[in-house]
Design a binder for this molecule. Structure first.
Ligand code: NAD
Length: 373
């Protein structure tokens, strides 16, 4: 892209959000991946400001990025003309309020997953987006991780043919998350916090989902931490075009990380099969002669994605989606997942939650109508 203009990013919520500040403003440590073509992850987006209620979180971010403006008051961040994109990393249940405030202040928005976690917030956000005309990208980090981008390129090059069935999961033991963030047990549901990854992947390949059937259960870990929601979900999906898929989430398991990565997506196509994995960075696929090929990018790309940790925070994915969104804003091209697609995925998550609660299949259409889509 030829434009020299860069967009200023203000980050709200400086735990996960601190990753974005570092991703944008730090030069990539070597080895610089061949796909970047630049020493920075996002040539068209620069971090300018950070905001958190916690003085400790601000102090931590300031150590990494001392040159930025910091405040504990969101209104002060929103009032700054150099903040053109607001990137939101507050707890799930506050995303609705924070998005509406950003739209009303005339800002475009990146909101981490899940976009929202209630029907009321889905309606408000859609209404504010339509009224203000501002743009929003949902920060679905998995889509922007190397192995999943590689899988998408192969799919777009028609290497697996038509996707006939897919399996996706996100499984991760979450004791550390309950310890760090008490709101996780009380104010959201693992369908939003966790299943937002594999459900978005299913939606990405299958388009609109027509119906879901889900079972939910609680692990011993969820009971120990007093989680209000199920933390084990198994879901069957039927897309509007009749294709089917299955999605799994488990947030109290004992992990077997070499055998089953946290996030996996298997595409079963008419001409081949492919598998993308996170937290390892592997992409496996069948060649036309039937041979299985495994590409492992972990060591060549760990500088870019993990800031040279072997596994670590989401520097690469966050940098990738900030650059992608900045380019879309600067050039006016289409991008995904935007506000309406994100709200469709919200309806999918909510349908899964309702199905697991009632033991009945749930159709998406009435939910889409309920939020105004
Ligand atoms: N892969 C991913 O993209 C990914 C990974 C982890 C978390 N997340 C999402 O990121 C969000 C944050 O998760 P986390 O683990 O960082 O949570 P956290 O509890 O560690 O941090 C949230 C931060 O938001 C701050 N905050 C809350 N209200 C605020 C306000 N009104 N103004 C300013 N700051 C405020 C808190 O002080 C806290 O520092 C969640 O929605 C989570 O689902 C996404």
């Amino acid at each position: 892209m030829s434009t020299e203009r860069t967009l200023g990013v203000g980050v709200l919520g400086l735990h996960e959000g601190r990753t974005l500040l570092v991703a944008l403003n730090h030069v990539i440590p070597p080895p610089v991946g061949p796909t970047t073509g630049s020493a920075t992850r996002a040539p068209h987006a620069r971090a300018v400001a950070g905001c958190d209620l916690s003085a400790d979180k601000i102090a931590g971010a300031r150590r990494d990025c001392p040159e930025l403006f910091y405040t504990q008051d969101y209104a002060e961040l929103l009032a700054r003309p150099d903040v053109e994109i607001v990137a939101i990393y507050t707890p799930d249940q506050f995303h609705g309020d924070h998005i509406v405030q950003a739209f009303e202040a005339g800002k475009d928005v990146i909101c981490t997953k899940p976009l929202v976690n209630s029907v009321a917030d889905a309606r408000r956000v859609l209404e504010a987006g339509r009224r203000s005309g501002r743009k929003l990208l949902v920060g679905q980090s998995t889509r922007f991780f190397e192995s999943f981008q590689r899988q998408r390129r192969a799919f777009e090059a028609d290497e697996v043919g038509a996707v006939e069935f897919l399996e996706a999961h996100y499984i991760h033991r979450m004791d550390w998350y309950y310890e760090k963030s008490a709101w996780v047990a009380e104010s959201t549901d693992w369908v939003y916090l966790g299943l937002s990854h594999p459900l978005d992947l299913a939606r990405w390949y299958l388009g609109r989902i027509d119906e879901v059937f889900a079972y939910g259960a609680q692990s011993a870990l969820a009971k120990e931490y007093g989680a209000r929601s199920f933390d084990i979900y198994t879901v069957s999906l039927k897309a509007a075009d009749g294709r089917i898929a299955r999605v799994l989430g488990h947030y109290g398991l004992h992990e077997l990380p070499s055998a089953r990565n946290c996030i996996e997506l298997v595409l079963y196509g008419s001409d081949g099969t492919s598998l993308a994995q996170y937290h390892d960075m592997r992409f496996s696929y069948t060649r036309p002669d039937g041979a299985e090929v495994a590409e492992d990018m972990l060591y060549s790309k760990r500088g870019y994605y993990f800031n040279n940790e072997v596994h670590g925070m989401h520097y690469g994915e966050f940098g990738n989606y900030a650059e992608y969104f900045a380019q879309a804003l600067l050039t006016g091209v289409e991008y995904s997942p935007g506000l309406e697609e994100g709200l469709e995925t919200f309806c999918l998550m909510e349908a899964v939650r309702r199905s697991a609660q009632t033991g009945q299949p749930v159709k998406a259409a009435p939910l889409l109508a309920e939020i105004g889509l």
